[in-house]
Design a protein around this ligand. Structure first.
Ligand code: OGA
Ligand code: MN
Length: 364
């Protein structure tokens, strides 16, 4: 595969697209042997250890948001990608279900905007969780049943209007991770959630909307695994393929914020990666009064676990403004959703949301 990439780059063609299609291919399935697996440590010649600052986040603060002590995090860099940090699942055992529930039950609520709002009325997309409960918790009837709203959810945007301080406790999570990575004062201002079924992919793009590129972007992965492609500043630059498993966190800052990337494929979470199992007796989760991560109910977990058995959720948190910058005073409806770029989602034709779907977050 590396050889294939090298031979393609010579001709100056769109190498990224070729490799995207290579990993997306179903028949025959691609060879995954070149895909970097950070959960296996520094096994690849491009992977280097990254140094974090354990002193800036106390163990108690880390545990409040469901994270292990920073000294136990396994963090890596990639040669040729300055500003890129990969943290291999820093979550405490049993804390991921809370974050999965946030992504499935809390964040899709209004006023946040989702793909379903593009062709459904606000009342129809109110309470996506509640309307999906029955379909997701009852055993399969054997008949072909219509997909629940949750199963048809592809993206949710948490824009500038979102009250991050009171509602989105992932602010706290993001602040601690970025601080440990050497970025004090991170301000979570916008978020995007992507929901992938086993046959979904996310097209090749650059996230260039944010005004201040010096601020890092955080990306979290929950549920099934993904193949993530990180390329260069040009489509001719061959991308590096890596797995994102449940709980993995990517921090992209500086140069790596402006690189082409894509998710060509969702792959089953490997055996032994069972971080999502509910862990009834994790003392770190129940000891502190101030903890934001709490044990979720059995009922909520029944729905979440069923969902993530075949899906992946990606949460991206970003700071939009630099020091001294401010949001437009009266943002238009469009501006509220997030500053813009267009990403193409692909699902297999068998899927109800078939074909290409655009998540347009244009503020122009
Ligand atoms: C995005 C994105 C990648 C992922 O939302 O812009 O690149 O891992 N997501 O799902
Ligand atoms: Mn992106």
């Amino acid at each position: 595969m590396a050889k294939m990439a090298a031979s393609m780059v010579e001709s100056g063609e769109d190498v990224f697209r070729k490799i995207f299609k290579f990993y997306k291919r179903r028949h025959p399935p691609p060879d995954f042997s070149d895909v970097i697996d950070f959960s296996r440590g520094v096994k690849h010649d491009k992977v280097v250890q990254a140094k974090l600052d354990p002193a800036v986040v106390s163990d108690v603060d880390a545990a409040r948001v469901g994270l292990q002590p920073v000294r136990d995090w396994r963090a890596f860099g990639l040669q040729g990608y300055p500003g890129f940090i990969f943290i291999s699942n820093p979550f405490l055992l049993g804390s991921q279900p809370f974050w999965v529930r946030q992504c499935l039950k809390t964040y899709p609520q209004k006023p946040n905007i989702c793909n379903l709002d593009m062709h459904m009325s606000p009342s129809e997309t109110q309470d996506i969780w509640g309307k999906s409960l029955h379909g997701l918790s009852s055993p399969p009837s054997g008949k072909r049943e219509p997909k629940t709203l949750l199963e048809r959810l592809r993206w949710v945007t948490l824009g500038y209007h979102y009250n991050w301080d009171t509602k989105l406790i992932s602010t706290l999570l993001s602040v601690q991770i970025t601080a440990a990575c050497g970025f004090p004062g991170f301000n979570a201002e916008a978020g995007i959630l992507n929901y992938y079924r086993s046959d979904s992919s996310l097209g090749i793009h650059v996230d260039e909307s944010e005004l201040d590129h010096s601020r890092p972007l955080l990306s979290f992965s929950f549920g099934q695994s993904a193949i993530f492609l990180l390329g260069g500043t040009r489509r001719q630059d061959p991308p590096t393929a890596m797995y994102m498993h449940s709980g993995d966190v990517m921090v992209m800052s500086g140069q790596s914020r402006l690189l082409y990337h894509a998710v060509p494929r969702i792959v089953p979470a490997p055996q032994g990666h069972a971080p999502l199992k509910m862990d009834g007796c994790n003392p770190a989760l129940s000891l502190q009064d101030s903890t934001v991560v709490e044990q979720i109910s059995e009922q909520d977990w029944a729905v979440c676990s069923k969902y993530i058995q075949s899906s992946r959720v990606n949460m991206t948190v970003r700071q939009v403004l630099g020091p001294g910058q401010s949001f437009p005073e009266e943002p238009s409806h469009h501006k509220k959703t997030d500053a813009g770029r267009t990403v193409t989602y692909h699902d297999e034709p068998a899927d109800e949301e078939s074909g290409k779907m655009k998540r347009s977050r244009c503020d122009c």
